[in-house]
Design a protein around this ligand. Structure first.
Ligand code: ASP
Length: 299
């Protein structure tokens, strides 16, 4: 029997100008939601899904409602859930009309013969799997709409930055591992652009023999290096924190400013987080059930 553990992140980024207390409250509530599942004997997959849903529903984060709008003012969301028992995953990309993409990703994994759906086909599949569609407009937060309008008036529009992708890693009482990752992508992304988050091995990975990971940051940098596969492979020789930093140090040695972050749970129950961005909010639950949250700043 293993001691259940969970850690969540709210996205690597600058986090400048955000209400830090509100951001930490959000990740704390998410960790608690996942922990409640684990404590009741639920699986790691159920726990990471349960932890991700409130973050998708919270407009402070770049996932679900509150996702960054693309250059046309639309929400396009990506999500990935992984199951370390038999190294399985379900993923969706560029979904536009599903309130909680992580629920759809899980159903792709558990209720279809496939692994990955994208675009309109993913939205259509949601209906077939019993998930009601919402309008794309319902996914747009007031703050993101105001930011989109400001971007339209600006002479130079920043693009490519992230802040607020969400993720979770967990180990359950039976020692099974899982990860979840959900995002609206990067600021002012092009229509159809998909980052690392739904890509197995890049945005998330889990293997019961080693551990589980969820990544965040600039997807174009993360996916080239299959960052989550790399960090989980490193768990053979190191605890979660050491492996997380080693993976990011490697990334930094190959890309000058990778702008990436990781949360990791080892098969030994160790938890770790690392990031190269200015900040990354995380929350986790101690063995005694107390929830901790922190706005991590660069080491
Ligand atoms: N990794 C996400 C993407 O590239 C964004 C982020 O984590 O901030 O779509």
């Amino acid at each position: 029997m293993a001691t259940p553990k969970i850690m969540v992140h709210g996205g690597a980024g600058s986090w400048q100008g955000f209400d830090e207390d509100a951001v930490l409250d959000g990740v704390r509530a998410a960790a608690l939601a996942g922990w409640t599942v684990l404590k009741a004997g639920g699986t790691a997959v159920e726990a990471v899904e349960a932890a991700t849903i409130p973050l998708e529903d919270n407009p402070l984060y770049d996932a679900g409602v509150g996702s960054f709008l693309n250059e046309l003012g639309e929400v396009e969301m990506d999500a990935l859930i992984t199951d370390g028992r038999d190294i399985r995953f379900g993923a969706v990309a560029a979904v536009r009309r599903v309130k909680n993409p992580i629920i759809l990703a899980r159903k792709v994994m558990t209720e279809t013969d496939n692994c990955f759906f994208a675009g309109d086909g993913a939205d259509m599949l949601a209906v077939q799997l019993g998930i009601p569609l919402v309008s794309n407009i319902a996914m747009i937060s007031d703050a993101e709409w105001a930011a989109f309008q400001a971007r339209q008036m600006a002479e130079v529009v920043p693009a490519g930055h992230g802040t607020g992708t969400v993720g979770a890693v967990a180990i359950d009482v039976d020692g099974h591992l899982a990860s979840a990752t959900s995002t609206g992508g990067t600021l002012n992304k092009k229509k159809g652009r998909v980052g690392d988050s739904p890509i197995f091995g890049a945005g998330g990975y889990a293997d019961d023999l080693l551990g589980a990971a969820s990544a965040t940051g600039i997807g174009e940098n993360i996916m080239r290096f299959l960052l989550c596969k790399r960090v989980v492979d490193g768990l053979g020789q190191a605890d979660a924190s050491t492996a997380a930093w080693a993976a990011l140090d490697f990334l930094t040695s190959r890309i000058p400013k990778p702008e990436a972050g990781l949360i990791v749970c080892g098969a030994d129950g160790s938890l770790g987080a690392a990031h190269t961005t200015a900040a990354m909010p995380i929350a986790w639950v101690n063995a005694d059930g107390t929830v901790q949250a922190a706005m991590r700043t660069r080491r």
